[in-house]
Design a binder for this molecule. Structure first.
Ligand SMILES: [Zn+2]
Length: 503
């Protein structure tokens, strides 16, 4: 079996932490594995055979021989496994689990007015629907070894639905940057009406949440999701001022550019307003049509984008320029109800599409490519350490996942990184550890009443989902100009649409 152990809050390059008295603490020794670590000195991945000591929520040491082990230590045999960091997802909408398999042929325009925050869910979903969808979405992430998540929480239609999403994030046991979306709320579908006077109560609730935040250490952080950069400068600046005042952990924003956003350039606007080069990390999701100037601005301000490879292909905004800013790039999932929700797949897709782009550019100039354009090590770092850097957390995304080489797809592996990026899948993940606690062990989620949660999900979601489907598409979709793309026929020219296979 391929086994994957995701550990968080790890300290890799400086593995020795103060040797104080750990006798009363929780200690775990992962003994005899192959660890993919990151060497800060050489700025590259490093593979170490040996053991890893975790005390409480911290990786204390990795090496061949670890003397001075504390008493009462739990020893876990990881012989034959590959151990890597937990994966980092810098863009997800966790609440949308209820829509699973309903968006298989969805375009972006249709998504906006059906499944997104501006769709019917705003009126149909109550706090319970949001809670259980978010909880299940985050359980799914743990199951897939995704242990640090930026949640663009755009289920903030009411105080109750907003609170439910935060609570589910806390209850999930995962590490989440839960980013409250300050946004207008749809209040009527026909004709379509948006309530745009929502900012004051939404900001007031964020302030309240910051004050009342339950004690989760830094496992759940409150951030801000904000897509209204087209508003007047004073208004945008006041939101950023609020973020600073409340000491929120992160700002995240969707940005497409090009035809998808009327040539509006979010990063240039932020720079113009002097809101880009700030102390708070900003993650720009997609940045599909990012300009060369914006790439330089991000580098200068040390801000990152989140490339959601599969989502960007599925919905059509693509990632035509991301290959040139992967040094300030991380990976995200986006709408996990629609396609793969694991970062291994995103690493693979991002690497292969980058390779294809680079090959194409070389071949179009009349040359044969002499290298692949992107290595598996780079792909691996995109799904791990770069996510941590996007959050300005150099202790996130470094180290830890375990692979058992007895799986047919891994038998004979020599390069541990290539084994994960090109051959692993989420079915192979055996253990996941967050903050020194097993959240998945022996392929089962830990500290989760799965039967109750499953019943709760299946009891709640079908009725909301049916009501949602019956509600249909909002008329607001007509505001977006569309053209019909060319369809590929699978019927030798006899059919004019995708979806029917004649073999
Ligand atoms: Zn999104």
């Amino acid at each position: 079996m391929l086994r994957l152990l995701a550990l968080f809050h790890s300290i890799l390059a400086s593995p020795i932490v103060k040797r104080q008295d750990f006798s009363d603490n929780t200690a775990i020794l992962l003994q005899g594995g192959t660890f993919i670590t990151y060497n800060e000195t050489t700025a590259s991945l490093e593979v170490i055979n040996g053991s890893m000591l975790i005390i409480n929520d911290t990786i204390v040491e990795i090496g061949a021989n670890l003397p001075n082990l504390p008493p009462h230590i739990e020893i876990v045999n990881v012989t034959g496994r590959i151990i890597t960091p937990g994966f980092v997802d810098t863009h997800r909408h966790g609440w949308q689990t209820a829509f699973r398999t309903q968006g298989e042929d969805l375009t972006l325009g249709r998504y906006f007015y059906t499944f997104a925050n501006f769709g019917a869910a705003a009126q149909i979903f109550d706090a319970e629907d949001v809670y259980i969808g978010q909880l299940m979405g985050l359980y799914e992430a743990i199951d897939a070894g995704v242990t640090s998540i930026v949640d663009h929480a755009h289920h903030t239609w009411s105080k109750e639905t907003a609170q439910a999403g935060l609570q589910a994030s806390i209850d999930s046991g995962n590490r989440v940057w839960w980013c409250y979306a300050v946004q207008p709320v749809p209040i009527q579908s026909d004709p379509y009406v948006l309530d745009k006077n929502t900012t004051s109560w939404q900001l007031a609730q964020i302030a309240e949440m910051v004050t009342n935040r339950p004690l989760t250490g830094d496992r759940v952080n409150i951030g801000l999701a904000y897509d209204q950069l087209n508003l007047p400068e004073e208004e945008v600046a006041s939101i950023f001022e609020f973020v600073k005042k409340q000491n929120l952990s992160l700002i995240t924003t969707h940005y497409l550019g090009g035809v998808f956003q009327g040539e509006f350039h979010s990063i240039e606007v932020l720079d113009k307003y002097r809101l880009l080069d700030i102390d708070t990390p900003i993650i720009v999701s997609h940045a599909s049509y990012i300009t060369p100037q914006e790439i330089e601005l991000l580098r200068k301000a040390n801000q990152y984008i989140s490339i959601t490879s599969e989502s960007e292909m599925h919905y059509g905004h693509g990632h035509p320029y991301s290959y040139s800013i992967q040094d300030q790039g991380s990976l995200g999932i986006d709408t996990h109800f629609t396609f793969s929700s694991d970062i291994i797949t995103q690493m693979r897709m991002n690497m292969q599409t980058t390779r294809l782009t680079m090959y194409k550019m070389t071949i179009e100039q009349g040359h044969l490519p002499s290298n692949t354009g992107m290595t598996v090590n780079q792909a691996f770092l995109m799904g791990t350490r770069n996510g941590g850097l996007a959050l300005r957390r150099d202790d996130i995304g470094v180290l830890k996942v375990v692979f058992d080489t007895n799986r047919p797809g891994l038998l004979g592996w020599k390069d541990a990184v290539a084994a994960i990026v090109l051959h692993a899948n989420t079915g192979d993940i055996e253990h996941v550890i967050v903050d020194g606690k097993f959240r998945k062990r022996d392929r089962r989620l830990v500290d989760v009443d799965w039967i109750t949660s499953q019943d709760r999900f299946l009891r709640t979601i079908p009725s909301a989902s049916s009501e949602f489907i019956a509600h249909g598409v909002y008329s607001g979709r007509d505001a977006i100009p569309h053209a019909t793309p060319i369809f590929f026929s699978l019927g030798g020219g006899k059919v004019t649409k995708v979806g029917e296979i004649f073999i």
